[in-house]
Design a protein around this ligand. Structure first.
Ligand SMILES: [Zn+2]
Ligand SMILES: [Zn+2]
Length: 141
């Protein structure tokens, strides 16, 4: 979905399009890696947009509720966000420099999900999986 379509959809749902909201959506579209609230506060500051911490958190919650963003958790206490609705993928996070790359798995985990469903007698609807290690840049130092 492009930015104009996203904005149109939000307005259609009766929501206002503020400068900050538009800027955040644009930032997520332009950025490959998931972003934390702190990352965004830094980016807003650099763009000379006045926005306090509470507003950023409120915007993030709002955009998750509108299923435009998805929260990703790398287990380090900082919640990060990325655009929802993209192709299903995983992440690789460098434990040293914290660089994040998107990872696609061949055949993904469908077979494992079917096996788990049998074991658990449950229906698995989704999964999230992150890989941690040392990236190419950090490994060759
Ligand atoms: Zn690294
Ligand atoms: Zn997967």
């Amino acid at each position: 979905m492009n930015l104009a379509t996203t904005i149109h959809m939000l307005q259609g749902r009766g929501f206002r399009m503020t400068t900050v909201r538009r800027f955040l959506l644009q930032t997520f579209k332009d950025t490959k890696a998931p972003l934390s609230a702190n990352d965004l506060i830094g980016i807003l500051k650099k763009a000379h947009l006045e926005c306090n911490r509470t507003t950023v958190y409120r915007e993030l919650t709002f955009l998750v509720e509108q299923t435009l963003l998805r929260a990703v958790d790398f287990g380090d206490g900082a919640k990060r966000y990325e655009l929802a609705g993209g192709e299903h993928h995983h992440h690789f996070i460098c434990s040293n420099c914290k660089a994040v790359s998107d990872v696609n798995l061949k055949n993904d985990l469908e077979q494992q999900e079917r096996i788990l469903e049998k074991i658990l007698g449950a229906t698995i609807e989704s999964h999230s999986l992150e890989f941690f290690g040392i990236c190419k840049n950090c490994g060759t130092k």
